[in-house]
Design a protein around this ligand. Structure first.
Ligand SMILES: [Zn+2]
Length: 195
């Protein structure tokens, strides 16, 4: 079973907000802000590219078909994109892609957008680590890690715990971050957005 895309989307943006608390950004262009938010969300569901039933595939027109092919190849388990190696591969590929399209959008700060993507990506793996299936962080070493280590205590995805505990909890964290830094966020929106 999978965590819902909704949970991963929220986790990605919460992680991004958390990083911005520690490492505030004074200025960025509107294009950078919007693309960073988009890439953060894509990063939040991208690891499920190896999970055929994932929202990542469901949301694409021919995704169902491609997803089923990948399911056959990988056996439907969390695989390469759910590992440190996967972070490296997707990190390199996404940076390369961003640099490739950068000439089309010169006003965009590529590193910011890239970090936003990576933050979303890593947040996904962290969230999955709390689920029963665990995450094979050290692939090709085929051990799945989970928190807590005892499987019984972990979350069954798509079930009550995710809907009524994890999702609301994450929402509270995000709301707390936003509300407790409201003035700073407002100041950023007024003065921090450059051309
Ligand atoms: Zn996943």
């Amino acid at each position: 079973m999978l965590m819902t895309g909704r949970t991963h989307d929220l986790a990605a943006v919460t992680a991004l907000a958390g990083v911005l608390l520690i490492e505030p950004v004074a200025h960025m262009s509107l294009a950078t802000l919007l693309l960073a938010l988009l890439m953060n969300q894509i990063g939040g569901i991208a690891p499920d590219i190896d999970q055929p039933t994932a929202p990542f595939w469901r949301n694409l027109p021919v995704g169902g078909v491609i997803g089923r092919v990948i399911d056959k190849l990988l056996g439907g388990h969390r695989f390469l994109s759910h590992s440190i190696l996967g972070i490296g591969l997707f990190g390199v590929a996404s940076y390369w892609l961003l640099m490739f399209i950068h000439p089309l959008m010169p006003g965009v700060n590529v590193p910011y957008v890239w970090y936003a993507f990576l933050i979303g990506f890593v947040s996904h793996l962290v969230m999955d680590t709390f689920t029963k299936e665990g995450v094979p962080w050290l692939l090709p070493i085929p051990i799945k890690f989970g928190i807590p280590p005892l499987k019984k205590l972990r979350i069954a995805t798509g079930k009550t715990a995710e809907t009524f505990l994890i999702f609301p909890l994450m929402f509270v964290v995000l709301a707390w971050i936003v509300l407790s830094h409201y003035q700073g966020i407002e100041a950023f929106l007024r003065h921090g957005i450059t051309k």
